[in-house]
Design a protein around this ligand. Structure first.
Ligand code: ASP
Length: 594
């Protein structure tokens, strides 16, 4: 391995050389992507973070240099100097394709063993092997560009928020628990044996206390940690653009949030996002799309067939309506020809997988076909068609249930599945705010009401009267930002009245004593002049993923964890020496594997 020689310095990145550089003597440094030995000619593709340039060696190359070129192997680190010249056979696929460097010297700065997989964008190697050698994986241009783009987004965030008067404040990582609805990662204290720090699920309470402290506008590109059973689109640690501002209401926070989004998209992609972004209430989202994070890039909205079916004789529909539930449908407009009977059966299976009792359907054509037509009168059918705007060429998918929310959620899932199966064209960036979120959510498992956002969220003024009598009716000053069916952000206006905060803790089943132990410092702070405040946290990983069109968070996080929360490159989590554990005053209980 070599160090740089005294006068050996890079003059250009590989990917930035163009015809304008022809005739210049340049020095580039990078990794050998490919070396081709054509007998009297050697071509080497040299790669760095900016792209690729071709080095050329021919019969006019000094013998010694030519011999060294022949020794270059894939992924060797090389320094090459030479004159930029026009290529005889051009490559229109790469930005440097019109030129090459006629190398007058070449030096190996670092040799490489044969890498365990091909370092190319279309590499088919399994992800585990790639993650084990993430430093090689990250050399693949697609990942390298994602990570560089991510840095650009982070800078753009800082630029915008600093311009808007936000102050970047680092909040601690070793903290007392902040609840966001997940399990904490705990860190044992050596000095205070038996006590634990929690890693922040978010900087929530610190940012609120920063408002009490008078900073007025706070932001942080903050790492958050949530120990959840991992689903495909989660990482145990993730990054949030975290913000909080004082003397604001919902409109002010949303204005900053959408201003930020607009700025980032313009700055990093040249894309204009029209603002203000549309706002939908939670209820409207559920009624129209069966989801609190609807994908607005396509229609197929849910329609309620209750009025059309009032008094109908078909027991499946009639009983759902009688029980206070509903019969609802989505119209796959114009897809009758494309959707085979087999496809419909698959959608029916999917609906059952979502908990639906069965899928009723009708396909309109020269003659109408369907699963329930014989149970309907002609008038009822016409009423359904009218309600759902169902014409010749359309397919109607219908679900019925005694529980309205259930039928909506199932239809919402079916809507997305049908769009996926039909390959419905979805392009662009469709943002929306979901506002007036429910304050409480009933947890069927524990039989308790839990906070849908977090317990520091302010209920809407007009709902305060229902706090005791009808929790399901209480809406919150909480809002989510949704992009193309993905929840990007949530936030709220906070409670600042210590009495109301104490009441909410109480309603969430936290005794006075528990509340005091866990959040006494917050309640106390509110006694010393707390300005009205609110904020939000935007998931940076998910935002970048959408912007670059990646399909996995792992493609936009430099060193991600697998779904089982392991990081393969460093093999973590890992065991530690027994002394280190003893020093912490804790002992490990071995799981009985039997
Ligand atoms: N702390 C919240 C979260 O992480 C965001 C917010 O309310 O500002 O979801």
């Amino acid at each position: 391995m070599a160090e740089l020689l005294g006068n050996e310095r890079r003059t250009h990145y590989c990917g930035e050389l163009r015809e304008a550089n022809i005739g210049e003597t340049v020095c580039v440094m990078g990794w050998v992507k490919k070396a081709r030995d054509l007998g009297s000619l050697v071509f080497v593709d040299l790669r760095d973070r900016s792209g690729i340039v071709q080095l050329a060696f021919d019969e006019n190359t000094e013998k010694e240099v030519f011999a060294r070129a022949l020794e270059l192997k894939t992924e060797y680190v090389v320094s090459a100097t030479g004159v930029v010249r026009e290529r005889s056979s051009k490559n229109p696929d790469i930005p440097t394709g019109n030129i090459e460097i006629f190398a007058s010297s070449v030096r190996v700065l670092g040799e490489s063993e044969t890498p365990p997989f091909d370092i190319t964008d279309d590499c088919k190697t399994n992800e585990e092997l790639r993650l084990t050698h993430r430093y090689l994986d990250l050399r693949r241009p697609v990942l390298q560009n994602n990570i560089i783009f991510r840095a650009k987004v982070a800078k753009s965030v800082r630029d915008y928020l600093c311009d808007q008067g936000f102050i970047e404040i680092e909040t601690p990582i070793l903290i007392k628990s902040t609840p966001e609805g997940a399990r904490d990662y705990l860190v044992p204290s050596r000095v205070h044996k038996g006590s634990f720090y929690a890693l922040p699920q978010s900087p929530q309470l610190y940012k609120q206390l920063s408002m009490v402290a008078g900073f007025d506008r706070y932001f942080q590109i903050a790492r958050c940690f949530r120990d959840e059973d991992l689903r495909a689109d989660r990482q145990p640690e993730f990054t949030q653009i975290d913000m909080e501002m004082s003397f604001v209401d919902t409109d002010d926070v949303l204005a900053v949030g959408e201003g930020l989004i607009k700025h980032i998209f313009k700055d990093c992609m040249g894309v204009d996002i029209p603002t203000p972004l549309p706002r939908y209430t939670f209820r409207e989202c559920m009624e129209r799309f069966g989801s609190d994070k609807p994908d607005l890039r396509f229609g197929m909205e849910i329609v309620n067939l209750n009025d059309a079916l009032k008094g109908c004789g078909f027991p499946v529909f009639a009983s759902a309506i009688e029980a206070g539930g509903s019969v609802r449908a989505i119209n796959l407009k114009g897809y009758a020809e494309k959707l085979s009977r087999k496809d419909i059966d698959k959608l029916a299976d999917y609906a059952k997988g979502c908990g639906a009792k069965g899928l009723a359907w009708v396909k309109r054509g020269e003659t109408d076909g369907g699963s329930f037509l014989k149970h309907m009168t002609e008038d009822e059918l016409q009423a359904i068609y009218k309600a759902a705007d169902c014409e010749k060429g359309d397919v109607l998918l219908i679900l019925a249930d005694n529980d309205n929310n259930r039928v909506l959620t199932q239809l919402g899932q079916l809507r997305v599945e049908a769009a996926n199966r039909l390959g419905v064209e979805r392009s662009g960036y469709n943002f929306l705010w979901v506002v007036e979120m429910p304050f409480f959510e009933y947890d069927y498992e524990s039989g308790e009401w839990v906070a849908m956002h977090h317990p520091f969220t302010s209920p809407m003024d007009e709902c305060l009267e229902y706090l005791d009598s009808d929790k399901g009716k209480v809406r919150a000053k909480a809002y989510d930002l949704v992009l193309n069916g993905i929840e990007l952000s949530s936030g709220s206006i906070r409670i600042t009245d210590p009495a109301l905060q104490a009441k909410i803790f109480d309603l969430l089943g936290l005794s006075k004593e528990e509340a005091q132990v866990k959040f006494g410092y917050l309640l106390e702070a509110f006694r010393y002049g707390a300005p009205p405040h609110g904020g939000m946290g935007i998931g940076l990983d998910r935002l970048v993923m959408q912007m670059v069109g990646a399909t996995s968070l792992r493609d936009v996080v430099a060193y991600p964890k697998m779904q089982n929360a392991k990081e393969l490159m460093t093999d973590c989590p890992a065991s530690v020496p027994a002394e280190a554990i003893a020093e912490l005053g804790i002992s490990i209980v071995k799981e009985d594997k039997a």
